[in-house]
Design a binder for this molecule. Structure first.
Ligand SMILES: [Zn+2]
Length: 248
């Protein structure tokens, strides 16, 4: 038995300013690129925040960390205009490494108070069998920050941002990479757009690995759209921020 929250599911397509927090350079586009492309076409402003330096997944062993970062940024700069990303921000935590959860939460609080989004996107930290700690920590930090952003006694990582924060309302949180979706977004019209953006991430995938990923995305998008009147879907768990505490 699933007990749904009593709060109504916020409408993702009401979003005007969207903060998309991803553990690695490609997660937003792989997990929610179709939804985000639709939002950008709708006139929403997209802000991407990348949590880790992503240096562990680089396929070319000859690249120095500096050259690898350059390659990752180049890929992201190519994908961004395809989806319609307005700004990129980076935190640079060590990919698959040790870092402090509370420091990350303070950084997410900073960007929520600085950019004042009405929606935030992140990986679902409660995805069953998710083993990658970067994904779990990122999703949890976003969930907690979405609950606490208005409690200004909880400091962010930037006192100046906290001091200047005028207050605002976050309408919803959308978790991608979820097994418990409450919204399946029709991304059929932007499916090729999403795949074109994903194809840009060449630093992290061999050509064969990329083809496998695209096939998996194709299969999954059709699987979640089964029984719907569209071809390609993206599953999201969309919640009101207040629904992120005590199951209400
Ligand atoms: Zn990732």
């Amino acid at each position: 038995m699933t007990i749904e929250t009593i709060l109504p599911t916020p409408d993702v397509f009401s979003a005007r300013r969207v903060l998309c927090v991803q553990p690695h350079y490609d997660d937003n586009d792989i997990g929610a690129g179709g939804t985000l492309a639709r939002l950008a076409r709708n006139g929403a402003e997209l802000f991407y925040l990348t949590v880790t330096d992503d240096l562990m997944g680089i396929v070319d062993p000859s690249l120095s960390p500096e050259a690898a970062t350059e390659a990752l940024r180049r890929d992201q700069a190519e994908a961004g205009p395809i989806i319609g990303v307005r700004e990129h921000h980076w935190l640079g935590y060590p990919d698959a490494g040790e870092y402090n959860y509370y420091a990350l939460r303070r950084d997410v609080l900073k960007y929520i108070r600085l950019l004042r989004p009405d929606f935030v996107f992140a990986p679902d930290p409660w995805l069953t069998y998710e083993a990658h700690r970067d994904h779990i920590q990122t999703g949890l930090a976003v969930a907690e920050a979405a609950l606490f952003y208005g409690l200004t006694r909880i400091p962010s990582s930037d006192p100046a941002v906290d001091a200047a924060y005028p207050g605002h309302s976050l309408v919803g949180v959308a978790f991608y990479y979820t097994r418990e979706p409450n919204v399946i977004v029709d991304v059929s019209d932007v499916w090729e757009t999403k795949l074109a953006a994903v194809r840009c991430y060449r630093a992290q995938f061999t050509p064969a690995g990329m083809e496998e990923l695209l096939l998996a995305l194709e299969f999954k998008s059709r699987q979640v759209a089964a029984g719907m009147n569209f071809e390609h879907g993206e599953p999201l768990k969309v919640l009101h921020p207040s629904a992120l505490h005590c199951g209400i």
